[in-house]
Write a protein that binds this ligand. Structure first.
Ligand code: HEM
Length: 225
């Protein structure tokens, strides 16, 4: 080995849940690539789906070359979105197991969180809201896939199933839209310091101590105060 190679810093990415150059490594390269691929296909499915849904969003069709392109591209982009969501499930489902302290996130804890008043020292790597969002996204992706298949090949299904599928597809998509707006807001403007978790993969110690205290203690080995 040459002297230069021996002196060069290690090129392998630091593993998740460790401290690296004063920061906590939150998401490794695999998690980030999976997340942004899911997001990319989601956006393509959204842009190509909205003009099919209503002419109000007809202008979006021009972004991809017209309504005919949307009709062709939407089911394929949506299928890729579902497949990547499945990969995301494989990657994250162990971390997203709901625990005792996650109870209440559909009610009072969510309100406290949104008001920035809740301080739970036992929040681990993901809080209850993040876990619920994860499971809701998986479930919703499944609903969109199943109803989408019926709408893709309508001649193979009965009238009743087609009508249920239109309703399920619309409701599933509206729910996803609202959830994603909240998700993007919480991951960027609402909680400064969060976005870098999904870009560089790291967060500051102060961020981790504030939002995910138990995870912070597990990674740094610091004792509970
Ligand atoms: C396009 C804009 C998006 C932005 C800016 C964004 C941002 C982020 C950030 C910063 C995190 C890390 C949070 C943390 O480590 O505590 C995250 C996690 C996550 N994202 Fe996104 N995301 C986007 C789109 C999506 C989409 C389309 C999905 C679709 C399902 C998604 C699903 C998830 C899930 C399941 C997690 C883990 C749970 C959580 O932290 O909420 N994201 N995202």
């Amino acid at each position: 080995m040459s002297e230069i190679a021996a002196a060069a810093p290690a090129r392998t990415a630091p593993p998740e849940n460790t401290v690296h150059e004063g920061k906590l490594v939150r998401h490794g390269i695999a998690a980030r690539v999976i997340h942004w691929t899911v997001a990319l296909f989601f956006v393509v499915a959204l842009i190509t789906g909205m003009p099919i849904w209503t002419p109000v969003f007809g202008w979006m069709a021009y972004l991809v070359g017209g309504l005919q392109v949307c009709r062709w591209l939407h089911p394929w982009a949506a299928s890729a979105f579902f497949l990547m969501t499945l990969v995301m499930w494989v990657h994250w489902h162990r971390d997203m197991k709901l625990e005792e302290q996650d109870k209440g996130w559909l009610g009072p804890k969510l309100i406290e969180y949104l008001r920035f008043t809740g301080e739970d020292p036992n929040v681990g790597k993901y809080n209850g809201g993040q876990k619920l969002f994860f499971w809701a996204a998986i479930l919703d992706a499944l609903v969109l896939l199943l109803s989408g298949i019926v709408l893709w090949f309508p001649a193979n299904f009965g009238q009743g199933l087609r009508e249920i599928s239109i309703l399920a597809h619309d409701l599933g998509f509206i729910f996803f839209g609202v959830a994603i707006i909240a998700h993007v807001y919480l991951g960027t403007a609402a909680e400064p310091g969060t976005f870098s978790a999904m870009t560089r993969g790291t967060v500051s110690k102060a961020w981790a101590r504030l939002h995910h205290p138990r995870w912070y203690r597990e990674v740094t080995g610091e004792k509970k105060r």
